[in-house]
Design a protein around this ligand. Structure first.
Ligand SMILES: [Zn+2]
Ligand SMILES: [Zn+2]
Length: 123
């Protein structure tokens, strides 16, 4: 009876030692505060690394709909799924089926703004 207990204890100790060793090794390249149960070995090393992202989001020059003269990312005519969003914000011109902020018919002054946003393709 107590033999089993002893064996169990021995195994447990071994596991704990392994855990300590593995966790120690892990801690060197990643700062995981709580290690523990996850060292069984299906590991993806470097899972803690953050995705490489630029500090400043780069403006994608490709984000432009030349057909409609607005950024592609807000072009409701190319992306009808955006319409609901604009409507929710109250930014919608029913008359012309466009976001109010893009409706050049109602807001001719916007043309300049979008003109300025248009990516310059030089060369
Ligand atoms: Zn478009
Ligand atoms: Zn309008």
């Amino acid at each position: 009876m107590s033999l089993t207990e002893k064996t169990r204890y021995g195994v447990l100790a071994a596991i704990v030692l392994t855990l300590i060793a593995v966790t120690g090794a892990c801690n060197r390249d990643g700062d995981k505060s709580t290690g523990g149960a996850n060292v069984a070995g299906n590991g993806s090393p470097g899972a803690t690394q953050p995705a490489t992202q630029p500090l400043v989001p780069t403006v994608r020059l490709a984000d432009w709909c030349p057909e409609h003269g607005v950024p592609e990312s807000v072009c409701t005519r190319c992306n009808p799924s955006l319409i609901a969003d604009f409507k929710k914000k109250g930014d919608w011109c029913k008359e012309h089926d466009l976001p109010e902020s893009q409706c050049l018919v109602c807001h001719p002054e916007l043309k300049e703004k979008f003109e300025a946003m248009r990516p310059k393709t030089e060369g």
